[in-house]
Design a protein around this ligand. Structure first.
Ligand code: AHR
Length: 500
């Protein structure tokens, strides 16, 4: 059985550059993300680069991560940056935000220097989330001084040198607060904006538009009222001098079944939830447009992914929120990244949550074990979109409908071109049928030759685990698209076609 789709690439219609930052990541101090995930320590038997798991560093580098958000999430709202600097043996052990959930303490072995070192190793821009809930504007300003001001300028920059890094780290992206409507202080939008103005004005006093870009705390999912009221407050500001670059939003698709146990109906339920990202982006941008028609403030989806039942990962519940990721999660990743590509005029950064041993992770690790999940392969297959020129796609295919959601197209697609190469990324959303997709192009012809990569598995529940780390891996073949220009995708598959 097969379902058919027509995919037109309209080379005459583009939304401009696909920001590389759409392919960003998030790694919070929570559960097993750092300790025994990314970080094993310099003295570990596990091969490492200055304490970071080498297998992960090597793998992560390959997908060109543009940006990495840190240290939270909620963790940021009780984080004191001074705990994470200086000799490691002197750093305090603390209960952190997540202590009451998993009884794990924070040893602060990964702090500002280690995190920036990791970013440098993998080529990502650091994106700091500043605590605005339980500290002061001055304390965060001092952090910015410590990381960004020139060598030997002040006592703090000399302290940075003593701690091993004389040159500034030049951290550009700063989130001011996290989820301040909830764990970050239960603020109203108006209260948050008052705090944001205080923090951003004080931090901005040492940079004034030189390199720092501030990202405001945005809404929880589809809470458009939050966005509108934030933008309204902003518009009233007499001195909007802060370097506000973006407005965030967080959206997770809540589980339907578990990562490895779901029915066909739950397969589609999760995909409807993932596809809801279109409304999240469109409706928040529309609310922002009321006050920012020139779109000076970017939309940043700085937490997204599937949030399944806790305890389905290899640690069996020890690592908080650790979950497995199956082919279904890979399809969610592909669908979401295609949505961002097709809204590249609006979405300027996005960060999938979270990198390792947690929600929608690219990696699962523990001791000697290390696994790339199906989500990782999607980011690998989509990486040529980064910084490429978007090409409009038009898909004619079967749709599925469900109350409360927009119609779900059974084929998800996006396209871009760069350096004479055309990248088309696809997902077959059907859990039952192969997709036969006929390609055509307007304004220009499609290059005929290229490489076709498919990520698929007969069992849509399939995962990669410590016993079988390569159960779900992509296969690539050379392709020549002469004649009917027809390509076939197995049920529930993700594909990338790179032509030229
Ligand atoms: O990603 C896990 C948590 O989800 C983050 O700490 C928080 O920002 C969100 O609620």
């Amino acid at each position: 059985m097969a379902h058919k789709a027509d995919l037109l690439l309209d080379f005459g219609a583009s939304l401009g550059e696909i920001s590389p930052m759409i392919y960003g990541h998030f790694a919070e101090h929570i559960g097993g993300v750092y300790y025994d995930g990314l970080w094993v320590g310099e003295d570990s038997k596990v091969e490492n680069v200055r304490g970071f798991r080498k297998a992960l560093v090597d793998s992560f580098k390959k997908i060109s991560p543009p940006v990495l958000r840190w240290p939270g999430g909620c963790f940021a709202e009780t984080y004191d940056w001074r705990d994470g600097i200086g000799p490691k043996e002197n750093r305090p052990e603390r209960v952190n935000w997540w202590y009451t959930f998993d009884k794990r303490t924070e040893t602060n072995q990964v702090g500002t220097h280690e995190f920036c070192d990791f970013c440098e190793m993998v080529g990502a821009e650091p994106y700091f989330a500043a605590n605005m809930t339980s500290t002061t504007p001055l304390h965060i300003r001092n952090w910015a001084e410590y990381v960004n001001l020139p060598e030997n300028l002040t006592t703090l920059t000399r302290e940075r040198a003593q701690n091993g890094h004389p040159a500034p780290f030049d951290v550009k992206y700063w989130g001011i607060g996290n989820e301040n409507w909830g764990g970050g202080g239960q603020m109203s939008p108006e209260m948050y904006m008052r705090e944001y103005m205080r923090y951003s004005a004080v931090i901005n006093s040492l940079d004034r538009g030189r390199i720092m870009k501030f990202i405001m705390c945005g809404a929880n999912g589809h809470d458009i009222d939050w966005t509108r009221r934030i933008m309204q407050e902003m518009a009233k500001t007499k001195y909007p001098e802060a370097a506000t670059w973006g407005m965030s939003v967080h959206y997770y698709c809540g589980t339907a079944g578990t990562p490895q146990e779901f029915t066909k109906d739950q397969w589609y339920e999760l995909l409807f939830k993932a596809d809801f990202m279109r409304r999240i982006v469109d409706d928040h941008r529309a609310a922002m447009d009321e006050f920012d028609p020139e779109r000076k403030i970017a939309l940043v989806v700085d937490e997204w992914g599937c949030w399944h039942k806790d305890g389905t990962g290899p640690s069996g519940g020890y690592n908080l929120f650790e979950q497995q990721s199956s082919m279904r999660d890979a399809v969610v990743a592909a669908l979401t990244l295609n949505i961002f590509n097709n809204r590249s005029d609006v979405v300027k950064m996005a960060n999938v949550a979270q990198l390792c041993n947690n929600l929608h992770s690219l990696y699962l690790a523990g001791g000697e074990h290390f696994v790339e999940t199906p989500n990782y392969h999607v980011f690998d297959m989509f990486k040529t979109h980064q910084g490429a020129k978007h090409v409009r796609t038009r898909v004619k295919c079967d749709i599925l409908t469900r109350d409360g959601y927009r119609p779900l197209e059974m084929v998800s697609a996006s396209a871009s071109e760069k350096d004479g190469m055309v990248t088309i990324t696809l997902a077959n959303l059907s859990a039952e049928e192969e997709a036969i997709i006929t390609l055509s192009a307007a304004e220009r012809s499609l290059p005929e030759k290229g490489v076709f990569t498919i990520l698929a598995h007969e069992d849509l529940h399939a995962v990669n685990d410590f016993e079988n780390p390569k159960r779900v891996t992509p296969t690539s073949k050379e392709i020549s698209l002469s004649g009917a220009k027809e390509i076939r995708l197995p049920k529930g598959a993700v594909a990338a076609l790179v032509l030229g």
